[in-house]
Design a protein around this ligand. Sequence first.
Ligand SMILES: [Fe+2]
Length: 474
Amino acid sequence: MYRMFDLGFGKSEQEVEIDALPVQGTIPPWLAGTLLRNGPGTFQVGEQRYRHWFDGLAMLHKFAFSHGRVAYANKFLECNAYRAARETGRISYSEFATDPCRDFFQRVTAIFNPHITDSAKVNIAQIANQYIALAETPIQVEFDPETLQSVGVFSYETGTTGQMTTVHPQFDYAHDLVYNVVTRYHRVSHYRLYQMAGGGGLQRVGEVAAKEPSYMHSFGMSQHYVILTEFPLVVNPLRLLLWLRPYIENFTWKPKRGTPITVLNRFTGEVVARFQTDPFFAFHHVNAFEVGDELIFDIVAYPDADILKAYYLRTLEDPQMEIPFGALRRYRLPLKDRKKEVTWETISNECMELPRFNYERYNMNPDYRYVYAASINRQRRQGFYNQIVKVDIASRQAKTWYAENCYPGEPVFVGAPARIAEDEGVVLSVVLDAAKGNSFLLVLDAQSFQEMGRAEIPHAVLFGYHGDYFPNPT
Ligand SMILES: [Fe+2]
């Protein structure tokens, strides 16, 4: 038996290229496309270890499906942070919760020129026919999905430092539009809403001022609106200018602020409503839609921001550690009757994180019913995410996939061709098997939640974040 922590939060994986992974069971032959995933490729550089799950150097993973076979390749994202780490054997750029060691003079220099990472490790998106590795920092890296080689840099804004973007752009397929929110830190900071047409034209649609900006990892989007949920984990921008601590450690939990919610018309940028609700924290909005006079959004919520503390490696290293549970909540914003309050309810008490749904067909659609997520088994609370859950919003029931000593990552839903039901398809997840010491790509029937097949990877894949499935062009 291996130690889960050493496998999932350990050192460099080898870069490999394998034409066909050994398969057990059946990979549906209709899967003809590529799952691209992003995440940390190492938590250690030389003798130095990163401090947090959201640190580390980006590694891309490619699972190409064809006729029931799975080809696999992984590659470190080529970027300055990776090159510097390889050349110096030291952590050289600031990550989410890790700064390079600096002496006093280097620290003073760093105030004016912080080496913020370009190791874009959090998500992957196809924007205007480019495949982009996404980070919360302004530097996004374009890469070739065949070779996983970097080919260029993509940026929402240039010439400014200390800004942050969400790594969860929202797509409006009907209008061929992509949206994202960028926080510009300044004396008065702003959340800026960007809209990009399919052809690549980037436009700033609107902005909202913020004295102490919130750490927002995602935002909601409905048919007409964008929803900014300002969790009370906030920063005084001066602290970021001074940069005396790693990025996220400049933020403070201020629950007395509650959670302001701002609704913008996503076509005009106009602020149409502002609401206030109880303090809570979340990484991930799930879905949002309008029903009658209500704007409804679902989100994986926590009562506070302690989840960020739980993700420090020194905390996760303790095998007795119990991570706070995220839970799926539904918020209702009364758009017309302002005398009404914001209300919310818990849809499911199952632990959820890295939530996904049938986005392609059901984004912004009130009929959507199923959310998939990484989860923690109630009988096996210690450690890390150890099961996959599927929550049925209509029945409030949940299905789970659990296997002893296995630690699944984000479950990505892929719809079957000619499907009718929302959940007709498969769920793909990279699972670490701590008993065997390697990872495998799990293929679940999304309806029954039974395993259809798995493809064995020769090594352990470190615990990653997000990815997406891209069907082959037909
Ligand atoms: Fe995320």
